[in-house]
Ligand binder design. Structure first.
Ligand SMILES: Cc1ncc(COP(=O)(O)O)c(C=O)c1O
Length: 470
């Protein structure tokens, strides 16, 4: 056996033990700022070090500073899962060390990406008219889509830029619930935060199509140029879903680019009973779904679907001399022309492995189980007089809080902040919070393949336990 084989076997055994015993680790790391760095040497070693020392330090120095995102008791933000089969695929991709930039620099990486993107599109009910490309994150996918939206305006911004020119004021339409990467993209693309228009939401935190139409028409009448509308299916805070169908028809009537951010909840559309959440998305120009959120693919893997991939190429394609000959040597797709990156990781492999290992039915079973657990948790909250649900919870995320009658908003916020700090300090679970229309809410997100009813029940008992001590 080579040294590598023995070392890799040791790593495999370690990962296996870790994943089997993930509940034994404090979910939220307890180290103080600077503690990990203080235990590391200030410069790299001159001499080679043995594998055993690396593993020993990994366990004694690094692990205490890890927040265990892959723990079944991680309920914060969006709970995710790196399925073991996805971890294996990552190891294989690392071994191949492919840069999937040109078809020729690894035909299988490019063609597998095209095939699994089609598989995923069909699973979530998107028509074949869409082309899928994998990016690292929804943020980069969203930025890329908005760059294409800007290019589609034919203002020659690619060549001439935006400064010292007579250009219309470009506008992007979101809501208060839209993820912040859209605003960042608008900063980076020269749109400016002042031109990010916040459309009103209804009682369930969904974009109001009537308000969208009014704002678009007022802006157009004032000589401004709507560049894009962003509809979200599964908002970050409460998982509310904007009415994509109605928004799509408003976008089409005014010829405005529609980007659908379904980073988290898009995965739910693999279940026929949830297919309707993407109704209307077939009319969008771009759609993002993150397999690294709720499809058990290890970070990072985000799928961007676009109706017109040539718009991405128009926005981004620059082919430097050193790749020209290889680019021209085949008619295959060259993904480097569809975004900022040149070298691209072979992310399709892990998605392919996960989709095949679980099968669509296996994935649906996990998602349905998560939703049932979240609904059961919400039922426990509702059954208690002093606790309240803060928003509709159609998927696997519940926003709720402790709110005894007669306690004012500031005191409710203070007490829930304390509850959150205390439950997280136990190390047994990790939850996060949000604000729902300005009101503080705790947030329980379920998304790990290994999460059980006992894990969720533990979370509820720890939360309730804090209030008994008040
Ligand atoms: C709705 C939504 N869009 C985009 C993102 C950003 O995702 P990423 O981390 O892949 O950039 C998130 C993150 O939680 C999200 O909830």
């Amino acid at each position: 056996m080579s040294d590598f084989a023995a070392e890799f076997a040791a790593v495999g055994a370690w990962i296996d033990r870790y994943l089997s015993n993930a509940r034994d680790y404090p979910v939220l790391s307890k180290v103080s700022p600077g503690e990990v760095a203080s235990r590391l040497p200030s410069s790299a070693p001159e001499q080679p070090e043995p594998f055993e020392s690396l593993m020993a330090d990994f366990q004694s120095v690094i692990l205490p500073g890890i927040t265990h995102w892959n723990s079944p008791r991680f309920f914060a933000f969006f709970a995710t899962s790196a399925a073991p089969i996805g971890v294996s695929a990552e190891a294989l991709a690392a071994a191949l060390d492919v840069k999937a930039m040109l078809w020729r620099t690894s035909p299988a990486a490019t063609e597998l990406e095209e095939v699994v993107m089609r598989w995923l599109a069909r699973l979530i009910g998107l028509p074949d008219a869409f082309t899928g490309i994998i990016y690292d994150t929804a943020s980069i996918g969203g930025f890329t889509a908005l760059a294409a939206a800007r290019e589609s305006l034919e203002l020659d911004i690619r060549e001439r830029g935006m400064s010292a020119r007579d250009l219309p004021q470009l506008r992007v339409y979101v809501t208060d619930e839209t993820h912040s990467h859209i605003e960042k993209a608008c900063i980076a693309l020269g749109i400016g935060r002042a031109n990010v228009v916040r459309v009103e939401t209804d009682g369930e935190l969904r974009m109001r199509p009537d308000d969208l139409a009014e704002r678009l028409d007022a802006d157009i009448a004032a000589g401004m140029r709507p560049m894009a509308i962003v509809a979200t299916v599964g908002t970050t805070s409460t998982t509310s879903c904007d009415p994509v169908e109605a928004i799509a028809s408003i976008a089409r009537e005014r010829n405005v680019w529609l980007h659908v951010d379904a980073a988290y909840a898009g995965a739910a559309a693999i279940m026929p009973e949830f297919r309707s959440i993407l109704a209307g998305a077939e009319h969008a120009d771009s759609i993002v779904v993150n397999p690294h959120k709720w499809l058990f693919v290890p970070m990072d893997c985000s799928a961007l679907y676009v109706r017109d991939p040539d718009m991405l190429r128009r926005a981004f394609s620059i082919v430097p001399e050193y790749v020209l000959q290889h680019r021209d040597a085949s008619s295959g797709t060259n993904f480097m022309e569809y975004g900022l990156q040149l070298g691209r990781r072979f992310r399709a492999l892990k998605l392919w492995f996960v989709l095949r290992y679980y099968g669509a039915e296996g994935l649906r079973e996990h998602l349905r189980r998560h939703i049932v657990l979240a609904q059961e948790f919400a039922g426990w909250v509702e059954a208690e007089a002093d606790w309240e649900i803060m928003a509709p919870h159609p998927f696997s995320v519940v926003c709720f809080r402790y709110a005894p009658p007669g306690v004012d908003e500031d005191a409710v916020e203070a007490v829930n902040t304390m509850i959150l700090d205390r439950v997280n300090a136990t190390g047994q679970i990790f939850l996060s919070h949000t604000k729902v229309r300005g009101r503080y809410a705790l947030r329980l997100a379920i998304g790990n393949v290994a999460t059980t009813r006992d894990d969720v029940a533990l979370a509820w008992s720890l939360l309730r336990g804090q209030t008994l001590e008040l």
